[in-house]
Design a protein around this ligand. Structure first.
Ligand code: ATP
Length: 254
């Protein structure tokens, strides 16, 4: 199948004063994939994402999102993407249903709150306030808000940080469903197990530069071919398997 780029980043540079946070980043994200940006703290992932999202100015380079340049068509890009709000953006006195109404109004569109909440299995929480939700429910609600404007691409910055193993798996399934429904997903994560099972392709960023880009499988195969071996025989299960086995495979939220 022909891979069609939906995001093109060419020679992106971002300096904060004398400090070069992004040094020369180039990559493409293909339509319909889950694309992971991986790298150590401070590598420049969030800066890169925020520039693509038109929330931050670049120093130089070229960025095209769904055919539009961030330089000349930032508004068209904003209409085509979904970005997670920081928790502070959720007005404390409104319930989930009212928040969806509010955000729909900001986009100038009408969306049925129950339909949006249904996409993330939160209809029974329609009358709850954001602060009353569990960590997993908060993340799911936040993902629902990224879908309100029927975006072509959504951006998820560390969406599973702090979640328990079941909630994490539940969120992976949700993200896969969103991709399968035709939305491209760009995600950052510090969990390599998550990137391995979830991402179609990943880019490693370090010191403001892309140091590798490929499918997780290809990266692992190449490392093994190079003679790499794990220092210790890996056990057939790990502590996370024990956790899931003891607390039940089904996701729950008490
Ligand atoms: N507004 C700013 N002013 C100055 N320096 C900044 C600013 N924002 C980010 N930086 C610096 O730019 C570098 C890249 O930060 P960025 O947040 O993009 O990294 P990251 O890869 O997302 O890290 P993390 O994994 O910790 O979220 C860091 O050294 C950071 O301190």
């Amino acid at each position: 199948m022909e891979k069609k780029p939906v995001i093109t980043v060419k020679n992106l540079v971002k300096n904060y004063g004398d400090f070069a946070a992004v040094r020369d980043v180039s990559f493409e994200v293909y339509e319909g994939e889950i694309f992971g940006l991986l790298g150590p703290n401070g590598a420049g992932k969030t800066t890169t994402l925020e520039i693509i999202e038109t929330l931050r100015e670049k120093t130089s380079g070229e960025i095209i999102v769904d055919g539009f340049s961030v330089d000349t068509n930032a508004d068209s890009i904003k209409q085509r993407i979904g970005v997670q709000l920081q928790a502070a953006g959720y007005y404390p006195n409104l319930n989930l249903s009212e928040l969806i109404d509010l955000f729909s109004g900001l986009y100038g569109i009408t969306k049925k709150p129950m339909e949006m909440l249904g996409k993330v299995a939160l209809t029974d929480k329609a009358k709850a306030k954001y602060k009353q939700l569990s960590g997993g429910q908060k993340q799911r609600f936040s993902i629902a808000t990224t879908l309100i404007n029927n975006p072509r691409i959504i951006f998820l910055d560390e969406p599973t940080t702090g979640l328990d193993p079941q909630a994490r798996r539940n969120l992976w399934n949700l993200i896969r469903e969103i991709r399968d429904a035709g939305t491209t997903v760009v995600i950052t994560t510090h969990y390599m197990d998550e990137a391995e099972v979830l991402c179609d392709r990943v880019a490693f960023i370090d010191g403001g530069k892309v140091i590798g880009i490929d499918t997780p499988d290809n990266f692992i195969d190449k490392l093994v071919e190079s003679g790499f071996e794990r220092p210790k025989q890996v056990k057939a299960a790990n502590l996370e398997d024990v956790f899931i086995n003891m607390t039940g495979k089904e996701w729950r939220e008490s």
